[in-house]
Design a protein around this ligand. Structure first.
Ligand code: AMP
Ligand code: MN
Ligand code: MN
Ligand code: MN
Length: 300
């Protein structure tokens, strides 16, 4: 696949792609206020369009409620919206995120499954708040809720923002390393469905299942291999290459080839800021490996 131009991000020449332009700037992993992003779905779509993105997936954590607003905002723009979601799952005791792309938002198993995860999020939030309380941080549940655009999908990022507001920590990354990360005082082990179930829900909704940001899981090379194996056995379709705009995760690309996965790429955008990838700032996919967007119905 030829790279046709690059303006701080990568665009692909896709002749099999009739839709909008001859070149494609993609971003297949982003968040809005429906989970732990700070832009509303409409603001997200407008920012992506203004940055030249023309294939965008909104992939909120365990939530598809923002997709209708995003789809409305995309009407009349040069941007195609891919309906997506990022599902929290557990494998081997560890949280693994599976992005679903091109999902039918009315598919019953997916809709019910996501609702049950959001219920678990609510219960986990109560436990996080109790543990923080025992460590001397009071009223963190209402505090986190204030930071959540959608309190039905409450998560650790909202607690992190509350801890920053209280000046217990300087930034959200400190909040994770001191309070919310694995083994810290506010940490609750994963309460999510297993990986294979999430893949089934995505397939039942006609979508493609993508293993999100494998480079972010703290796994030995052998454990990473087992994760890829488990994802292949579950019927997974693609693996995300993440990083900062280079072929950063070459080990993962090698594994993806070995298991026959397509590749996907997304910024995992949550908020505008100086040190995080902005919309459309995605890692280039190496030539010779199928790209997941070639398989998306939305993009045909
Ligand atoms: P949750 O799904 O509620 O457990 O929260 C996971 C989210 O927390 C991720 O999607 C990130 O947005 C955020 N997160 C995880 N680790 C960190 C970190 N070290 N620094 C900042 N944000 C993080
Ligand atoms: Mn997040
Ligand atoms: Mn994730
Ligand atoms: Mn994400």
């Amino acid at each position: 696949m030829a790279k046709v131009f690059s303006k701080g991000r990568f665009c692909y020449d896709v002749h099999s792609f009739p839709p909008v332009t001859h070149s494609l700037s993609i971003d297949l992993h982003t968040h809005s206020t429906y989970s732990d992003g700070v832009l509303t779905p409409a603001e997200l779509v407008r920012r992506a369009a203004s940055r030249g993105v023309n294939l965008l997936a909104l992939t909120d954590h365990d939530e598809i409620g923002g997709l209708a607003e995003a789809a409305l905002a995309a009407i009349g723009s040069d941007l195609l919206l891919v309906p997506g979601v990022e599902i929290s799952t557990v494998w081997n005791g560890q949280t693994i995120h599976i992005v679903g792309l091109d999902i039918d938002v009315h598919a019953p198993a997916l809709v019910d499954g996501l609702a049950s995860i959001r219920q678990s999020r609510g219960e986990r939030a109560v436990r996080i708040a109790a543990q923080l309380e025992a460590a001397g941080v009071t009223d963190s549940l209402p505090g986190a809720r204030r930071h959540a655009g959608n309190s039905a999908a409450i998560g650790r990022s909202h607690f992190a923002r509350f801890l920053v507001e209280l000046r217990h920590v300087r930034n959200t990354s400190d909040a994770f390393s001191r309070y919310l990360g694995a083994g810290r005082v506010g940490y609750v082990p994963p309460v999510w469905p297993d990986l294979a179930r999430a893949v089934d829900w995505i397939h039942g909704a006609g979508g493609q299942a993508v293993l999100a940001h494998p480079d972010r899981y703290r796994l030995s090379p052998r454990a990473m291999q087992s994760l890829f194996e488990a994802f292949a056995q579950s019927g997974g379709d693609a693996v995300e290459v993440s990083g900062d705009g280079r072929f950063k995760s070459s080990a993962q690309v090698r594994l993806a080839r070995q298991f026959g996965f397509a590749l996907s790429s997304g910024s995992d955008f949550h908020a505008p800021g100086q040190h995080v990838a902005d919309l459309g700032d995605v890692t280039e996919i190496p030539a010779g490996v199928p790209a997941v967007w070639q398989r998306l119905r939305t993009a045909r």
